[in-house]
Design a binder for this molecule. Structure first.
Ligand code: SAM
Length: 367
């Protein structure tokens, strides 16, 4: 696996407060005498507290107080230091020594206690004592390749208590689409400055896949800054089974309306217009629940709903994924523990027809 050097080289610069404030080199901050150093840092923290993240402190201050929180990718500490001042037991973790040195100096000047962990190329968190109440990740690990991030995230997760929270800020797929669906090695230059080697979009589904076989309950999942960022807060329910058992579902497809050519469908306009369904009953007994249905789909036009219905043709609660068209082929997962009757595809836009190809439908044993 590649080393973190190129990411370390970029992230010698950290966000200077709010998103519109650009970045500052931590070595430059560290060069300042104490008074100026603290004043500069204070202005950044103030900008953070009054900018796009202004809701963060009021929302989490009381929750974090007295709790052990690990922050991965803590930048200049503008989120963590105020929380430590409000009584949280904060551990700052980062890949860049000078970023941690900046926070260490702020903490010392403010008389605050905190722990620090330098993440090296082995991505280990073993030096830290398990039993954290929360892991906070604000726009950091999405800046390295998925495979590295997955390893790092799973290593960190070993420290989290069952019932603890995984809280993360990411950039959503719709922003990636809006900004031209660039390759991830190019997109970072748009989002975080020209020296940025990588940024990858995430949504709830992709965060959960990255942390598989961990299981979670969703606490929060909302857009920020005109849908440029997304905030996800998950309660950790423990590690689930790591089954690799699956079966591909070959059909048959029960065609309902629109047009069909093999596995390519054109759904008629209408926010809930039915298109096709697949009877799941013949497949469920081959595996043991809880299940997950993974659908790989290429939505070229419009908006498609993938959902699960019961014997009365009613959608199961919270069981529909709504997929916008895009240039990429998407893989989505529907999780369930009961016995749905059908996997259904329907049009989900009142004024637009959908055109899509289903590439693969797989039933898996879920975590
Ligand atoms: C965009 S900054 C965000 C900093 C801070 N969370 C904030 O919102 O101000 C990214 C930070 O994550 C760190 N970082 C980048 N990749 C990382 C990784 N794989 N693991 C941990 N930290 C990482 C960088 O060194 C930098 O401090």
């Amino acid at each position: 696996m590649e080393t973190l050097d190129k990411y370390r080289n970029k992230w010698r610069e950290v966000p200077a407060g709010d998103d519109v404030d650009g970045r500052v080199f931590s070595a430059g901050l560290l060069d300042l005498p104490d008074g100026e150093f603290l004043a500069s840092w204070g202005r950044m923290a103030e900008r953070r507290a009054s900018g796009a993240m202004a809701w963060f402190r009021p929302l989490y201050r009381d929750y974090f107080a007295g709790k052990r929180v690990l922050e991965i990718g803590s930048g200049a500490g503008v989120d963590g230091i105020p929380m430590a001042a409000f009584g949280a037991h904060w551990t700052f973790a980062d890949i860049v020594p000078n970023n941690l040195a900046t926070i260490r100096r702020v903490a010392a000047l403010k008389g605050l206690e905190a722990k620090f962990h330098l993440i090296d190329d082995n991505l280990s968190f073993e030096a830290l004592t398990p039993g954290y109440d929360a892991i906070l990740v604000v726009g950091s690990i999405h800046h390295v390749l998925y495979d590295i991030t997955r390893l790092e995230a799973l290593n960190a997760l070993r420290l989290l208590k069952v019932g603890g929270r995984w809280i993360e800020l990411v950039y959503p797929r719709e922003r990636w689409l809006r900004e031209g669906a660039l390759s991830f090695d190019k997109w970072g230059q748009r989002t975080d400055g020209e020296r940025t080697p990588w940024v990858e979009w995430y949504d709830m589904e992709k965060i959960r896949r990255r942390l598989h076989p961990a299981t979670f309950k969703i606490i929060l999942d909302f857009d920020l800054r005109s849908r440029d960022q997304r905030w996800v807060d998950l309660e950790f329910l423990g590690m689930g089974r790591d089954s690799r058992k699956f079966i591909d579902i070959p059909g048959p497809v029960i065609f309902e309306a629109g047009e069909r050519d093999g596995w390519t469908f054109a759904g008629s306009k209408g926010a809930f217009h039915p298109i096709a369904r697949i009877d799941l009953a013949p497949f469920l007994d081959a595996l043991t629940g809880p299940y997950e249905i993974e659908v790989t789909v290429d939505v070229r036009q419009g908006v498609v709903g993938l959902g699960l219905t019961d014997d009365h043709n009613a959608h199961l609660p919270d069981s529909e994924l709504v997929v916008d068209s895009g240039p990429d082929i998407q893989t989505l997962a529907l999780r369930f523990s009961g016995r749905p009757k059908h996997l259904v595809f329907r049009n989900r836009h009142e004024d637009r027809q959908s055109i899509f190809t289903v590439r693969r439908v797989t039933l898996r044993e879920a975590a």
